[in-house]
Design a protein around this ligand. Structure first.
Ligand code: DOR
Ligand code: ZN
Ligand code: ZN
Length: 399
């Protein structure tokens, strides 16, 4: 097929290193098949999928199921996280080197699912096993929940933002860094979201890498809660302008290594429950690239920095083989974008079965017009082309 790329930019295949595709779990919300289709439509060539599924990916048998399933149904390339538990530290060393595994994920704070490893001794034991990337949900809401008198006060969504406060996030992240130094195991801190954490992590580059979420670079509290209600509720929460400004400063000064969506679909019925029953998590795999291109057009970062954070960055942090660059020896994965295309993001464009995006109605400038996977055009102008051809990504030791 002839491809006329005049006026377009050809980027290395962009990667979303943080998605929750819910497989196995609830296919009426999302699955590997639907979520990787959404990824292609949104201009991504690979996604790294979290283990807090139902059941969670924490042993060899469940991982084997997921590897086989992903190889059969994935539309884009995929890496798989394995989940740490209080009981599987010894087994992680062999799980993390299995086919397609990108990292061990530690939930040091409670969120969707039941993968909680919250005490220092258990976290340290997990960190002493293995050599691959280890990634943390470090926010320690769990221990600080006792302090939540704010919980029942006033506006429900503002309560969400307040009780998971900055101190909580900073405590959690400092604790993980201390354990990383003690065990000499470099840590990847997922979804850093507070000014205090960015300031701290700026001086921890020797032992830690960091992720920021597109939501924390795009939405601001309390306005987001006023307009979106439950469709703004996620962990860590959308925060106020001080943190938003600090997130962009951290992107600019090199504190941040990767940008993720934390794509976390839930059924509308659960998003519309009043706080505190409202499910936490927002969709984002399909909107990540358009929203970031809009930030480039608004002058908040350069296209080069965006590629660094969304292709080279994740490939480097996770040790993905053959990904992240356009160069000899790399897969021919490309994201082709039209920086001038203006378009409004709409729910009816969303391929995830849950059918909603917090960015519905947002007008953006910059759009992915084609996704090329290992040399073949897999998406062009909103159409998926051919059969599923996603593969498990291969990874190197990083620790
Ligand atoms: O908001 C969130 N949703 N944060 C998480 O850590 C998990 C995620 C989910 O799986 O729903
Ligand atoms: Zn998380
Ligand atoms: Zn997540």
């Amino acid at each position: 097929a002839v491809f006329d790329a005049r006026h377009l930019h050809v980027l290395p295949g962009l990667i979303d290193p943080h998605v929750h595709l819910r497989d196995p779990g609830d296919a009426t919300v999302e699955s590997i098949a639907t979520g990787t289709r959404a990824a292609l439509l949104g201009g991504l060539t690979a996604v790294f999928d979290m283990p807090n599924t139902s059941p969670a990916i924490t042993d060899a048998e469940r991982l084997a199921w997921k590897q086989d399933h992903a190889e059969r149904v994935a539309w884009c390339d995929i890496g798989l996280y394995v989940g740490a538990t209080k009981a599987n530290a010894e087994a992680l060393a062999s799980l993390e080197t299995a086919r397609g595994v990108c990292a061990v994920k530690v939930f040091a704070g409670s969120s969707t699912g039941d993968l909680l490893v919250e005490d220092d001794a258990s976290i340290a034991r997990v960190m002493r096993h293995g050599r691959r990337r280890i990634a943390f949900h470090s926010e320690d809401e769990y221990r600080l929940r006792a302090r939540a008198p704010l919980f029942n006060r006033g506006d429900p969504y503002r309560c969400h933002m307040e009780w998971r406060d900055e101190e909580c996030a900073a405590l959690g992240t400092r604790r993980i860094i201390a354990l990383a130094r003690e065990t000499r195991r470099p840590a990847h801190i997922l979804h850093v979201s507070t000014a205090a954490e960015y300031a701290y992590l700026r001086d921890c580059r020797d032992i830690a890498t960091s992720e920021v979420l597109v939501n924390h670079l795009t939405q601001i509290a309390p306005e987001a809660y006023d307009t979106l209600g439950g469709y703004a509720v996620m962990n860590p929460p959308i925060r106020d302008r001080r943190h938003y400004d600090a997130a962009w400063a951290a992107v600019a000064d090199g504190t941040i290594d990767t940008i993720g969506s934390d794509h976390a679909p839930h059924p509308r019925a659960k998003k519309e429950l009043p706080w505190p029953d409202c499910a936490a998590g927002l969709t984002g795999v399909q909107t990540l690239v358009p929203v970031m291109l809009d930030h480039v057009n608004a002058g908040r970062l350069t296209l080069g920095r965006m590629v660094d954070l969304m292709a080279a960055g994740p490939a480097r942090v996770y040790g993905a083989i053959g990904k992240g660059r356009i160069a000899a020896g790399y897969d021919a994965d490309f994201t082709i974008v039209d920086m001038r295309r203006q378009r409004t993001i709409e729910n009816d464009w969303i391929a995830s079965p849950c059918g909603w995006t917090p960015f519905a109605g947002k007008r953006v400038t910059g759009w992915p017009v084609a996704t090329v996977l290992r040399g073949g055009i897999a998406m062009r102008d909103d159409a998926i082309i051919g059969a599923p051809r996603g593969r498990l990504v291969r990874f190197l030791d990083t620790a």
